[in-house]
Ligand binder design. Sequence first.
Ligand code: SF4
Ligand code: SF4
Ligand code: FES
Length: 518
Amino acid sequence: MAKIFVDGTEYEVDEKKNLIDALKDKGVEIPHFCYHSKLSVVGMCRICLIEIEGVPKFQAACNTPIKDGMKINAFGEKIVKAREGVMEFLLINHPLDCPVCDKAGECRLQNYSFSLGHETTRYKEEKRNIPQEKIGTNLLINHNRCILCYRCVRFDREVVGVNDLEMLARGNDTIIAYTPPETSGEKSTYLNHNYQGALADICPVGALLNENTLFQSRVWWYESHESHCHGCSTLCKVTTNVKNNALYRYMPAQNPHADGFFICDYGRFSGKNFSENRLLHYAEAGAKTTSKQVLPALADKIASARSILVIGGGTESCDDVDQIAASINEWRAAGKQVKWDFRSSRNAFSKGNDHYDFLLSGDLRPNAKYLRDKGATELKDFDALQSEIRNADLVVVIGELSAPYAYHMNATSENHAHVAGLEIANAVEDTELFGSLESAAAWIKTALFTTHHDSATLRAALAIPMLAFPERAGRFVDKTGATKTTNSVLKPVQGLESPGQILVRLKTAARPTAGASA
Ligand code: SF4
Ligand code: SF4
Ligand code: FES
């Protein structure tokens, strides 16, 4: 630790940290645009200027090593005036766009222009006027708002590991441009990685914007709660952005000690358009009916089955998984043969990597580890699955859509607002897997617990609607074995239950007598 003095006040700070972070830990916020604690230091924006006793010129705080005993002028008159000059310079080309800018409310430039900006401008020349451009499958750039802080270029190179953004031209003409790398002789039209939301996040102004949330809400209208993303077994810590009982996006909860600063797009938008196409009724052979018909029918099927195959459960909370395991144990105790399989990734039938990228886990089921610990078998072999289905008298699929937005986007074209991560979802849902079997014989003996309406709900013998992850709180065990809790962020659909609750109710389900109403 080192003792330093800021405007006469003594602070004991961690000298291994960057000065901006070390002072932030003590509640002292030095303004900064280009500095980000997960990126290399470039010292490009100069808003973090400070005066150091014994050093003749102002220095960039982000590029100043901490020394024991150093005395800093961080908020005195001279240094504030210098920062005001930097702001005036940065605002030369920046348009007065806050009323129509998606970043308003979470924009550093907007915040600092309140504290350090001028009410009027001395600039009389013509501002630059470059048209907005689409540079990513879900990313727009408004060049006029860009303050050339270089965060986006560093993020892509240093965090994502791609070299696809660059600063082009000079002086007043300088812009950030997409410079596609060549893959197998082809160049992609748009940036298409799984971190376009993170690019819009780290851009300190409204230059980089996500297309699929563009103009959909002012950020101050969102209700936000802490939770964990349910998209994969990394279970990143997030805050939610909910408006009118719709989950627009997750934002990364900045917890450098646990999950870092970033989340992937697959997770970020996993709850978007969640309410579309929800399955809100029970169905028997595709026809709409009630729980009073379907639950006793399922109880009968369980009672008469000698062998049962359960598929899925990896998206469910520990409490629900415990209930699935308890039901399986009861069925086994009653002399039935029960097999419990689940699939956690698109690589289920081939050798895949543990991770798709630096964050998104190969386990797209958030509770995959807990399921493995409970004795569920991970599907590895498509032929073996087909033979298990053939041999079972009853197949129970617990298939919550983990990313309905991705699933329903049907993203196939580069022009569409999808990213590589979202394509993953199209190939991983259990209902889709099951659908690929194309076997009428399999569907006739299938009870499907699910959250959304699709062709599978029409084909299954019984379809049972259930609550989904944003509608209920739950515990999950991440890929490292840590227990994490998700919160209920949407008002649950009245009358729907979790699969665990439904299985409990099943024990007392009985066929209604003739004439009973729903
Ligand atoms: S687009 Fe945003 S992050 Fe990139 S250089 Fe411009 S202001 Fe910085
Ligand atoms: S890495 Fe996994 S948990 Fe993290 S945001 Fe992406 S999908 Fe969600
Ligand atoms: S934050 Fe230090 S120069 Fe930009």
